[in-house]
Design a protein around this ligand. Sequence first.
Ligand SMILES: [Zn+2]
Ligand SMILES: [Zn+2]
Length: 104
Amino acid sequence: MVARCLAKEKRKVEEPVLQQKVIQDAVEAVQSPLRETLSCSICHQVSREPTICTGCGQLVVCYVCVLSSLEHSESCPLGRCQWNREELSGFVKSRPNFDNIPGL
Ligand SMILES: [Zn+2]
Ligand SMILES: [Zn+2]
């Protein structure tokens, strides 16, 4: 098992161009659906902290956009569900962040 891993490591070094292409393709395959799915409906960027309304379950915006929209109204922009500014309830972060996905 260890020997196989080492052999793989060696191949990576020997074929840097191919390896880079493989990584690029993999990153693109991960990114393209994410870009669409995680597009924030407020700032239109990919949400780094995608936040979902627990009322209607379909709102995807950045956590920071949720916080700034809370200053104007305590309801979700799509379904008019009740949010709470003090308790920060009515919505939930789906993931802590996506900082480790290159290019997002
Ligand atoms: Zn946003
Ligand atoms: Zn909602």
